[in-house]
Design a protein around this ligand. Structure first.
Ligand code: NAG
Ligand code: NAG
Length: 471
């Protein structure tokens, strides 16, 4: 082997080694860049995870009215819809105990779609309103079962249609403070699975009626203010000129001042007092003397609230079933921090008035520990879809004044609310059936029914019960 050749042999690996080193450097650089990219995009995502809900495109009507979306479609169209269910499922299994004919209604779901009623309070023990809410809830469940694209699991369920919590059951609301009731001795293992309020079916009040009537009436009213939902095919976003600024620039409320919770007695009287004779308020106690027993003389049809830029919300003994109608308005809901959660209240993104009023002096309030536990996150007014005002209403007038001075911010809050609950379809019939089916699945997964003598109980089919209201 000549000197040259040896040299070549010695030399040859060199460039190859160089190339390999270069490749390795490029690879490492690439990996670093990839890691950086992932980090940055993750960062962005976690930074804006709270805003993804707001950026959702409006869904077309044929999706919003489709009662037969499958699980995957439900998740894709309505992210976060089933948070309340998922949270309770995560608490693990529980026993379904017999309540007898004095507690909540109990029924069986069999063969994926047939409902049988096992226990129900006698009609004579219930007010007509209570019978109506029970009937409405059962019809919602029935509709979700018979339109399901796949059979649902068999189970035995407990449905509490009263406002007071009662053991482990499906319920309309739960306390917003997660530590509420945890020290109470009645049943530390109680599970409240939230179901949609009965008014998602119908509410026999002259100023509300069925959900479809109210939703339709609110949509046509909002359209008259230039709000279109969903946008016509081929159009992106809102092309019609907004006439939001022509809504009445006042805070509106109608209600019964004496319905207060033990946690905030006098809340409603305080509201009436704070707003009396104020130019920024249209607040009146309902006057039941003039109308019939079910229609107050100064009542507003539920869509009438959406004519105002600001709608005042008050919880009553517990949650307020009127809440979701106010949430359908493109108006700014002003409320003390909400203390009762319904099945979609977790989608509220509150701006605390004390935050944005801070710059302009005046009275401030500090959220209590209870409120902080219930609502750990406050949003900038530019991102929020609702405003939480001082629980004693002391800054209600100032809040309205601030919003009037910042009309774009105010309109933004109002729009984000309707965009989410109506435009993105969280209040739609499609989302409602999605939710009920997720509720049945979540409950069935954790419900333990053995050893309770369910096999021996007599049942009647829902179809029959829906006529007689009697087991
Ligand atoms: C509703 O959605 C299901 C599932 O995608 C689909 O099969 C069905 O055709 C839809 N129904 C209507 C009326 O659009
Ligand atoms: C309820 O009362 C108001 C005010 O008197 C009236 O305008 C409205 O038509 C009534 N509604 C019904 C359904 O009776």
């Amino acid at each position: 082997m000549g000197e040259k050749t040896r040299l070549q042999m010695l030399m040859r690996p060199r460039p190859r080694q160089n190339r390999r080193q270069l490749r390795q450097i490029a690879l490492v650089l690439g990996l670093i860049l990839l890691a950086l990219y992932c980090l940055v995009s993750f960062w962005n995502r976690s930074g804006s995870s709270t805003t993804t809900l707001q950026r959702r495109q409006p869904l077309p009507a044929q999706v919003l009215n489709n009662l037969s979306l499958d699980e995957e479609q439900c998740r894709a169209h309505f992210p976060g819809l089933t948070k309340e269910i998922d949270d309770v499922v995560a608490q693990g299994p529980f026993q379904v105990k017999q309540t007898g004919d004095r507690g909540p209604l109990q029924g069986r779901i069999k063969d994926g779609r047939q409902i049988y009623i096992i226990h129900a309070q006698r009609k004579s023990d219930l007010s007509q309103e209570m019978v109506n809410s029970r009937t409405a809830s059962l019809h919602q469940l029935h509709r979700a079962l018979i339109t399901s694209p796949s059979p649902l699991p068999d189970t035995i369920f407990t449905l509490n249609f009263q406002d007071q919590p009662f053991g482990t059951a499906w319920a309309y609301s739960r306390h917003a403070d997660p530590s509420f009731g945890s020290s109470s001795s009645d049943d530390p293992n109680r599970r409240s699975f939230l179901m949609p309020h009965f008014s998602f079916w119908a509410w026999d009040l002259p100023f509300i009626g069925s959900m479809s009537r109210a939703a339709q009436a609110i949509s046509s009213l909002e359209a008259s203010y230039g709000y279109l939902d969903p946008p016509p095919p081929g159009r992106r976003g809102q092309k019609k000129k907004s006439k939001w600024h022509t809504k009445t620039p006042k805070a509106v409320w109608r209600g019964t001042p004496s319905f207060n919770s033990v946690h905030s007695p006098r809340m409603r009287q305080n509201l009436v007092r704070a707003a009396r004779d104020q130019p920024w308020a249209d607040v009146e106690a309902l006057d039941w003397t003039g109308g019939s027993d079910r229609n107050a003389s100064n009542a507003l049809p539920v869509e009438g609230f959406c004519r105002y830029k600001y709608v005042v919300h008050t919880e009553g003994i517990a949650y307020s079933g009127r809440f979701q109608f106010l949430q359908m308005c493109a108006s700014v809901v002003l409320t003390p921090p909400i203390m009762w959660m319904q099945h979609l209240t977790h989608l509220v993104r509150p701006a605390f008035s004390s935050e944005f009023l801070e710059g302009i002096g005046g009275r401030r309030w500090t959220p209590s520990d209870k409120v902080r536990r219930a609502w750990p996150v406050g949003y900038k007014a530019e991102e929020a879809n609702m405003v939480f005002v001082a629980p004693d209403w002391s800054d209600l007038g100032e809040t309205v004044a601030w919003l009037e001075a910042h009309p774009e911010v105010a309109e933004g809050i109002a729009r984000r609310q309707r965009d989410l609950f109506v435009g993105a379809g969280y209040f739609s019939p499609a989302a409602e059936t999605c939710y009920w089916r997720a509720l049945v699945r979540g409950w069935a997964k954790m419900a333990r029914t053995e050893g309770q003598g369910w096999e021996e109980t007599e049942v009647i089919p829902f179809e029959m019960f829906s006529l007689t209201n009697t087991v």
